[in-house]
Write a protein of this length. Structure first.
Length: 368
């Protein structure tokens, strides 16, 4: 196989800070494991707007289509909030997802033992938690037409449209069933079939795919509002959850707090398998650019580091190396290394972003 290629898009705010730690880990794999990557770097989000007047330059979009995987930090910032909608940093990320057709967004929420008492929920509710949220990422209300703000008489009206075709529902359902088979063999589908026609179709299509292709997987359905309640009441009842774009956005931030911090949650956004058998793929932490802590060396790099572990597993067939990196993170946490978002004890000294990176590299060295 030729050297695998990676496009790194650090983005805005804490994006470049956490990505810096991932770059050190990529170098470590090249030096110590002979796993070389051809790495290129480019702009997305507010920094791309500052340079090119657009949150994603066409050349960057074209590069993203060519590489084996994209790693993204985060986009956005208050200085861009008043920009025209089409120029906002978030549009750059949404364009990548849409044009690469990354319809299955895997957002695992795993509670590391060392952090079981860091969640805002009781320890026994979250300890040992290991769930996977599969969020549909290229359709639904994020992309449905019509959309916009129009004038109706003397009033402005804001419009977004929830729209799903059956093939869009079926393909993300298949991704979720496949994952369930490799895990606890249980899938819960969440929508609001009680109030939305698109939710009725969602439930029908998931049921059809189940009966025709995955009858061996245990399937349940839940209204998404009740699902949010169940996720905080007893999250360990779930294995894999499949849901739409907007509900998946909300439920995955909620799930982040089951693990102790939003700074812990990685994600993989995957398309259909290509000719080489691999999916088009983008890996990014679930968190945003965290303007409140940007530039202060306070950001937790673990979500971004674990996103690279997902790249090793899902894009490069390096499951054992992904395990190695995840175990290194587990060890660092067990050793008590904590960035500020994970600190509870008054007066304890938090690790900086780069000190947390140092600790992961040391744990990787120790794993050899
Ligand atoms: P956010 O995720 O940036 O921050 C929410 C809170 O979590 C903040 O208090 C922040 O300090 C904290 N936090 C987030 N990541 C952290 C980390 N790694 N370590 C320590 N603390 C962390 O969400 P927000 O404040 O609602 O949004 C800020 C900007 O980020 C907005 O412009 C938004 O659109 C954008 N955003 C981008 C992405 C992305 O690029 N994928 C995701 C979410 C939000
Ligand atoms: C996420 C973010 C994005 C989303 C924004 C930044 C476009 O919140 O990745 O969770 O809403 O999907
Ligand atoms: Mn989000």
């Amino acid at each position: 196989m030729s050297t695998p290629s990676l496009l790194i898009l650090p983005g805005d705010g804490i994006g470049p800070e956490v990505m810096q730690q991932v770059r050190r880990i990529i170098d470590w794999y090249g030096d110590k494991r002979g796993l070389k990557f051809e790495v290129s770097e480019d702009l997305v989000g507010g920094c791309a707007y500052d340079k090119h007047g657009t949150p994603l330059h066409d050349d960057t979009m074209a590069k993203a289509q060519e590489v084996d995987a994209v790693l993204l930090g985060a986009v956005g910032g208050p200085q861009y909030d008043t920009l025209d909608f089409s120029l906002k940093p978030e549009r750059g990320l949404l364009r990548l997802r849409k044009e690469m057709d990354l319809y299955a967004n895997l957002r695992p929420a795993q509670c590391f033992d060392a952090l079981a008492d860091f969640s805002s929920l009781k320890t026994d509710v979250v300890s040992g938690l290991d769930i996977m949220i599969v969020r549909e990422l290229t359709s639904g209300v994020y992309f449905g037409e019509p959309r916009g703000v129009i004038k109706e008489g003397n009033e402005r009206v804001g419009i977004n449209t929830q729209r799903y075709t059956e093939s869009e529902i079926a393909r993300v359902a298949r991704s979720a069933f496949e994952l369930a088979r490799k895990r606890g063999n249980k899938l819960c589908s969440m929508e609001k079939a009680n109030v939305m026609e698109s939710g009725v179709l969602w439930r029908d299509v998931v049921t059809e795919v189940h009966q025709a292709e995955y009858p061996d997987v245990e399937l349940s359905h839940m209204y998404a509002d009740a699902g949010a309640m169940q996720l905080t009441r007893w999250p360990k009842q779930f294995d894999v959850i499949v849901t739409d774009n907007l509900f998946g956005d909300l439920l995955s931030d909620l799930a982040a707090m089951l693990t102790g911090s939003l700074g812990m949650l990685p994600s993989a956004s995957l398309g259909a398998p290509m000719e080489n058998g691999r999916p088009k793929a983008l890996y990014e932490p679930v968190h945003g650019s965290a303007p409140d802590i940007a530039g202060q060396g306070k950001a937790n790099p673990i979500a971004c580091i674990l996103s690279f572990a997902m790249a090793l597993r899902y894009s490069f067939d390096q499951g054992a190396e992904a395990d190695r990196l995840e175990k290194a993170v587990e060890k660092v946490l067990a050793d008590g290394v904590r960035t500020a978002d994970l600190l509870q004890a008054e007066g304890a000294k938090p690790a900086s972003t780069s000190e947390a990176g140092d600790a992961v590299l040391a744990a990787l060295d120790a794993s050899l």
